[in-house]
Design a protein around this ligand. Structure first.
Ligand code: AMP
Length: 212
């Protein structure tokens, strides 16, 4: 499970870990953005919260999470990217995993100074279609992976970013202590560096080797 403030690089590392460990990534933010783009019922329920930089209600998230974990691809485990952001969500996940006879093997907390988070977020764009995130490209450029349009996320505008950081401090940071109190393996990593440096640091801290 990856925990950390917006802009900490969870999405980038989730992709790298998923490739290294050969298990899928589950990112509720990506699922919700796709639902908003496709104007599904889920998307309509989530959009206004997301645009304001607020959390989507726990019952909505628990539904998304359960569906993702029940997929056959997740049988050998999954990288949970931003899936748990409140203590009730952590409790819900514990119940869902217990029913499946599974558990959270590690909680990785991404440590990045706030000025660096703001610098990263203000320079990033996302592909409307495949959700890949890029630094150094502009809104309107095309995605190097699939040629679709790159956009600035509405919640990456400064006011929404300030709200998201405040929400992280008040609602998500307590989740870290909750996991510690419940005996989980909680690891903090310095997430400043190139994506590959951070990935290597992360795998070393976990003691996990890439799967060939
Ligand atoms: P992200 O792409 O991870 O930054 O998520 C974008 C937005 O989706 C967040 O600002 C929330 O509005 C919503 N979201 C994603 N995951 C969750 C979650 N576990 N709980 C509540 N809201 C979420």
């Amino acid at each position: 499970m990856l925990l950390g403030p917006p802009g900490a690089g969870k999405g980038t590392q989730a992709d790298k870990l998923a490739a290294a460990l050969k298990i899928p990534k589950v990112a509720t933010g990506d699922v919700l953005r796709a639902a908003v783009r496709d104007a599904t019922e889920l998307g309509r329920a989530a959009k206004s919260f997301m645009d304001r930089g607020e959390l989507v209600p726990d019952d909505v998230i628990l539904g998304v999470m359960q569906e993702a974990l029940a997929r056959p691809q997740a049988e050998r485990g999954a990288i949970l990217d931003g899936v748990i952001r409140t203590v009730p969500q952590a409790r819900g996940l514990r119940e869902a995993l217990k029913r499946l006879g599974r558990d959270v093997s590690a909680v990785v907390v991404f440590d990045v100074p706030e000025d660096e988070l703001i610098r990263r977020i203000s320079g990033r764009v996302v592909c409307e279609t495949c959700q890949s995130t890029y630094a150094g490209l502009e809104p309107g450029d095309t995605c190097p992976k699939d040629g679709c349009k790159l956009v600035r996320r509405p919640d990456d505008e400064p006011e929404a970013v300030r709200r998201r950081l405040a929400v992280y401090r008040s609602q998500t940071e307590p989740v870290i202590d909750w996991y510690r109190e419940h005996g989980a393996r909680v690891i903090s990593i310095d997430a400043v560096g190139t994506p590959d440096e951070v990935r290597d640091r992360l795998l070393r801290a976990l003691g996990w080797r890439p799967q060939s």
